[in-house]
Design a protein around this ligand. Sequence first.
Ligand SMILES: NC(=O)c1ccc[n+]([C@@H]2O[C@H](COP(=O)([O-])OP(=O)(O)OC[C@H]3O[C@@H](n4cnc5c(N)ncnc54)[C@H](O)[C@@H]3O)[C@@H](O)[C@H]2O)c1
Length: 384
Amino acid sequence: MKTIKVGVIGTGFIGPAHVEAVRRLGNIEVVALAEVNQEVAEAKADAMGIPRAYGDYKKMLADPYIVAVHNCTPNNLHFPVNCAILEAGKHCISEKPLAMNSKESRALVKLAKKSGLVNAMNFNYRLNPVIQHARVMIKKGILGEIWNAHGTYIQDWLIKPTDYNWRINPKDSGLSRCFADIGSHWCDMIQTLMGAHVTEVIGEFMTVYKQRLRPLREIEAFAGKKLSARDYKKYRVRTEDLAMAMMKLSNGATATVVTSQISAGYKNGFTFGIDGSKASIWWDQERPNELRIGYRDKANEKLVKDASLMFPEAAPFAHYPGGHTEGYPVGTKNMCMLAYKDIRRGRRVKRPLYATFADGHVEMCIVDAVLKSAGTRRWTPVKY
Ligand SMILES: NC(=O)c1ccc[n+]([C@@H]2O[C@H](COP(=O)([O-])OP(=O)(O)OC[C@H]3O[C@@H](n4cnc5c(N)ncnc54)[C@H](O)[C@@H]3O)[C@@H](O)[C@H]2O)c1
């Protein structure tokens, strides 16, 4: 089988997860990475054993041997970098959110369609093996008529006023922080499972810290030193720490989610339940191998990931035998597994199980509507 040569742009937290995912597939070689400057690029390439390092992603895109590129940069670069990847004639695998707003994401969907290239988004959680089992359960009608979804995506990594990340700055992350960053995963999950889309929303945002303290850069060199007020600079916060949304979906169901980056003790508290007329399901990302199935008239069940006990459609998404736990990385591996199948074939299946730019655009439209609704405090239609 011919080896596909790929490049990765941005290698902070999630970039290396993409590198690991494609390496687990085999016959895909990460031949280059691009970073913010040449020095960082070379250090990262050396650490990850990647042969070529670029301090400018445009130079990497000129490499004719690279067939596909993963965009793992901060949100404000998703639109220009995704455009550049497609315009260079390379298949594009983008991190979420697809862009900064729905105007940009609409343009990207158009460009991707025109290019005929594979376009994938890393809404990774939908490709967890037990989630795929749940998808088939719903499709087969095992839950009955779907009425409601409920859940959370709560974390604590920005709970202190001194916690800093580019996501707090709207110029880097977009006008919504918490909902766009993690609420988008939650919405993608329930829409995928229900086979429906959000039509209307009402949102409520809360910014606990109107002002935060940003550590001065040089402090990093003295990690462990007791910091005083003089080691920080104050800045105004314009993005939300907490967002709640109620939604109506095209299948008549409702959904309610609480998202937060300031909930103590919750590290990646992505949970959801879907209630149907015959049964319900419940999943917790921190226990990713378990799917709870709830009944009114008999004891509840817990499916623990095991390909031999799952629907044949879901079994290929599990890569280790029953009892051998698979967690967060499995979703990105499965996204790459499906996307590279399409890349190898040179065309996309009509409705792939991985998220495409069209799904990324749906999320941007929901984010725009939730933002608008949080301002007007009214139910707001989602305009696609
Ligand atoms: N799907 C998921 O589960 C998941 C998880 C985390 C992050 N993400 C998404 O991935 C993206 C990156 O997030 P992260 O947490 O890895 O951020 P990060 O800050 O850890 O990494 C971003 C990297 O991009 C690099 N970069 C910045 N400008 C660049 C440029 N012009 N050229 C090349 N590289 C550049 C930075 O130096 C850094 O290494 C975000 O959009 C985020 O929403 C998705």
